[in-house]
Design a binder for this molecule. Sequence first.
Ligand code: F0G
Length: 428
Amino acid sequence: MKIKSWLECINCLKSYDLFDLRYTCKCGGLLDVKRDLSRVNSKKLVRKWEERWGMKNGAASSGVWRYKELILDTDRKNIVSKQEGNTRLYPSGKAGLYAGLPKLLLKHEGENPTGSFKDRGMTCGTTAANIIGAKIVACASTGNTSASMAAYAAKAGFKSVIFIPSGKIAYGKLAQALAYGGKTLQVEGNFDDAMALVQDVCKELNIYLLNSINPFRIEGQKAICFEILQQLDWNVPDWFIIPGGNLGNNTALSKALMELYELEIIKKIPRIAVIQAAGANPLYTMWKNKTSFVPVKNPETIATAIKIGNPISWEKSLRGIEWSNGVVEEATEQEIMEAKAMVDAAGIGAEPASCCVVAGAKKLVAAGVIDKKASAVGILTGNLLKDPDAVINYHFDKLRGIGVNGQFKNMPVQIPATIEAVKRAIDN
Ligand code: F0G
């Protein structure tokens, strides 16, 4: 039996039909997908998820649709899937030692089909688009959402329209958007300008909006949490550590935990640490100073994925952080790139925004907020190859202009074609 679900405003609690074509309430508040969990048999539910683990094909072989009861319970024919999820959970090795948190595990969402966690939200968002009968989808993006949307739209046969801040997204991501056939609009301004524009355009031109203001995106991204806990045999770590940009992903994480807790599938509430880049830190500033939310006007960071000054989901994000007794931290450019060098040198590798996790963990351990013996799972959100420029510039020590010294750099060595020269290079 399907679980009854509907849309509900986070502020005035007004409810709407699940597939009502809207992203905000009449009062302007953000919408959540709500479910009546009162009659769910948790044991049976977990048993089903365990049976689906390792399935070779069909929707249940996806690391999102395996959990469809708490994501979007719909017929197979509606589902747009690329067998997303099923990503690895690595011991953090050098990166954890660097952070002073040896029990840190890293969930590598960069191993998704288009190289970021966005595929989990996008499979759900494009499936909702299918159900609603949309033919054109759109998003504003710092790169990964657009890459993912373009791929899923191509699979579903939708036209996709992408709004990116002109000249400000990493090349790997732009390449994907173009390659998958997204109509790519380079908007003058930053991500926040593009985000404001796409919302107006979608309303005006009746295009389906696939940013994380779309509650189905959040539902899909909850699967990161479900999958991590299933990989841990439902043992809950002390901490989850996650980067924050538009603040959808940590919203999804806390919502997943709230539902599992309500169902008594987990009995402990882990604490959530959200890490922002210091140059794009409105949530951190609000959190630290206990003030109201003030957007950052000109966000700036090498972690372009999270170069966002006016995150759309900050209220939902804050709700989850408070529920989990969580914290918010920030990381400077130097801290992000140094942590990235460690994540990469551990043989794991991720893009700069993802590495905020390790940079933030290090600071929170040093401050005594996270105990060094604690168990923690950090979410690496994007693949190393998304932003090769950041990697090359770091290892060539070309980031001093933005205050980053490449102390862990690994420069290539130019040699003449002789065995002697090779020997010398190796011995050095
Ligand atoms: N890490 C990566 C690699 C991202 O691409 C993003 C967001 C985040 C972290 C932050 O997640 O926004 O849910 O807090 N990228 C969006 C995009 C904004 O357009 O690709 P968030």
